[in-house]
Design a protein around this ligand. Structure first.
Ligand code: TXA
Ligand code: MG
Length: 319
């Protein structure tokens, strides 16, 4: 199906991807159309192994080889100079390309048998919640996708860390399971994390990755429900204030909340950061299925993958 220019959704350890042949412009245009995504938002190209890195990127620096050795297969995307084989349609016309070898048996088998690069964004409608099961993909994109490979629930649950290696200093553009400190430990140099400070943005970066000014973050990862971030200790009061307006109130938190009134829908607690990340998107989708209007969310501790969860929640709340 990939060779025929079709769309194949497949599992990875982070979220499900919507794949197309990274050298086929017509197939790639179908990916953007299926997602309702602007063609200027670049796609990540997935590879079967590190050995083919130079087939897909030019001027690969030693830092990229070191990170590939340390973290691939795994939830790390590296931005490098786009190689000639990558269709510019995949990169939204940019001269950089995001590359990643996913740590999932089914994905690796698919990539290995296909033998080329598979460009794949998360397999959801643009701006919505990423899919962590095959059922989520079917719910979002059933009509547009030719094949959905079911590999069970994604283990990590949030998208890969993106590190830009085309800048003067390696810079994390999207937080994920692999932290800037993890990358810095391998590289032996400090890795920057892109912030919303104008001074840090010397080059344009896709706004769905990094957001814009604080408080006006691009809405992304958003369920239909309005997401409000609340401290654990304030959930009961906040729910009581919001409920009388005829809205269905839901709560998502690491641990159970005592003292909620019975009409508030408490989703099953999501636990500590690893488990929180694993369950986050399924819970956001569940909130919509239950008709929740306002979802009060208690974020996890912001360390490690917890920081990636907080980042996604801030963007979900920005809508
Ligand atoms: O975990 C993941 O990375 C998942 C799985 C399927 O691999 N993929 C994923 O793709 O999250 P997507 O398209 O939903 O998010 C990739 C992000 C986009 O926001 C895009 O703007 C950014 O990566 N990106 C990709 N290539 C880029 C480039 N050359 N320059 C700047 N940003 C890039
Ligand atoms: Mg996405």
């Amino acid at each position: 199906m990939l060779r025929a220019g079709g769309l194949v959704a497949f599992p990875t350890e982070t979220v499900y991807g919507l794949g197309a042949d990274a050298t086929n412009p017509d197939a790639l245009r179908k990916v953007f159309a299926a997602k309702g995504r602007p063609e200027t938002h670049p796609l990540i190209v997935h590879l079967a192994n590190t050995a083919v890195l130079d087939d897909w990127a030019d001027d690969v620096p030693d830092s990229a080889r070191a990170l590939a050795d340390a973290f691939w297969p795994g939830p790390l995307t590296m931005l490098l100079r786009r190689g000639a084989r990558v269709s510019p349609v995949a990169t939204g016309g940019r001269d950089t390309v995001g590359l990643r070898v996913p740590a999932h048996e089914t994905a690796l088998e698919l990539l290995h048998r296909f033998g080329g690069g598979v460009a794949a964004p998360s397999a959801n409608r643009f701006g919505g919640v990423s899919p962590t099961t095959a059922q989520h993909v079917v719910a979002d994109l059933a009509d547009a996708v030719d094949v959905v490979l079911d590999g069970g629930p994604a283990v990590v649950g949030v998208e890969s860390t993106i590190v830009d290696l085309t800048r003067d200093r390696p810079t994390v553009l999207r937080l994920g399971a692999i932290t800037a400190a993890d990358l810095g430990a391998v590289l032996g140099e400090e890795v920057a994390v892109w912030t919303d400070e104008p001074a840090a943005s010397d080059e344009p970066v896709a706004d769905d990755v990094v957001g814009s000014a604080p408080g006006t973050l691009a809405a992304h990862y958003s369920p239909a429900a309005t997401v409000v971030l609340v401290d654990h200790d304030h959930v009961v009061d906040y729910a009581a204030t919001a409920a009388p307006h005829g809205r269905v109130i839901g709560v998502l938190a690491p641990t159970a909340i005592e003292g909620l009134s019975p009409e508030v829908i408490e989703l099953e607690p999501v636990g500590e950061p690893d488990r929180y990340a694993h369950l986050l998107y399924a819970r956001l989708r569940q909130a919509d299925r239950l008709g929740i209007d306002v979802l009060l969310v208690v974020p996890p501790e912001g360390e490690g993958i917890g920081a990636a969860v907080v980042d996604r929640l801030r963007r979900a709340a920005a809508g």
